[in-house]
Design a protein around this ligand. Structure first.
Ligand code: GTP
Length: 242
């Protein structure tokens, strides 16, 4: 059986062109198929830079990033990016229907596929509650969604592409804890087998992850489950107490 959704970082270092100080320093970890991996660390610790190496927004200066066991530099870029969906920090919705907003990356998705993606993102319920359902128009002439609702549409947009790897780049920090918990519950229920990397600011966002990576100045200073990190990792304890 082919491997689906595995990510490996092997002694990866990376610095932005024209800078002196690497933002990722000798990082090694594995994300097994279907695992949920949390990435936590203070602002500027390198979380977004780290995940940007997976779809090759940037390439490392040394070491290797592998997807399903293959160095990403040896993969066809289109095929690589088809396997990965990134939900950005800031949600970008455009004037148009909910259907159009979810289908933006995959124009040939059927209504059924859009609904399925919306269910996984905990969006189907509130979308269906509008009289026009998926034809509800967003934006100036239409309905104004709340931050949490927009976020769920944004996640549905990522999921409709049926990725093997879902990267949530700190996208739930603006929604309340209950909404976030509901999104994660829906993902767990419907998106079995999907590998998730969740960048977060608060511990509650990653507490139940299979593995949590603690970044500090571009280095991994802790890796493990919540209980282990609370016990052994000073940086994690600091974030927990803040
Ligand atoms: P938050 O998103 O604020 O939580 O930070 P983060 O942990 O995701 O860190 P990020 O990877 O965004 O940044 C790590 C370091 O790289 C910081 O010092 C940034 O200023 C720097 N950085 C991020 N993006 C760029 C870029 O495009 N060019 C350059 N030169 N530096 C960057």
């Amino acid at each position: 059986l082919p491997i689906k959704g595995r990510v490996d970082f092997e002694q990866v270092s990376f610095l932005y062109e024209g800078t002196m100080e690497p933002v990722i320093k000798n990082v090694t970890f594995s994300c097994l198929p279907g695992e949920t991996v949390g990435i936590i660390g203070s602002t500027g610790s390198g979380k977004s830079s780290l995940v940007s190496l997976i779809p090759r927004f940037y390439d490392p200066n040394s070491g290797a990033v592998k997807v399903n066991g293959i160095d990403v530099r040896e993969m066809d870029p289109t095929k690589l990016r088809d396997k990965i969906a990134v939900v950005p920090q800031k949600t970008v919705l455009f004037t148009g229907t909910v259907l159009e907003n979810i289908r933006i990356g995959k124009e040939d998705a059927t209504l059924e596929e859009v609904e399925q993606a919306a269910r996984m993102a905990d969006a189907h319920g509130f979308v269906s509650s509008f009289p026009e359902g998926y034809n509800t128009v967003l934006g100036q002439q239409g309905v104004n969604f709340s931050g949490g609702q927009k976020q769920r549409v944004s996640i549905a947009r990522a999921l409709v592409r049926k990725p093997e790897i879902l990267i949530l780049d700190d996208c739930t920090s603006a929604v309340d804890v209950t909404t976030e918990a509901n999104i994660k519950e829906a993902l767990k229920k419907y998106a079995k087998g999907l590998t998730c990397l969740i960048i977060a600011q608060r511990i509650t966002s990653v507490m139940d992850a299979d593995k949590i990576i603690v970044l500090d100045h571009g280095q991994i200073v802790g890796i493990g489950k919540h209980d282990e990190l609370i016990r052994d990792c000073d940086v994690y304890q600091e974030i927990f107490q803040s």
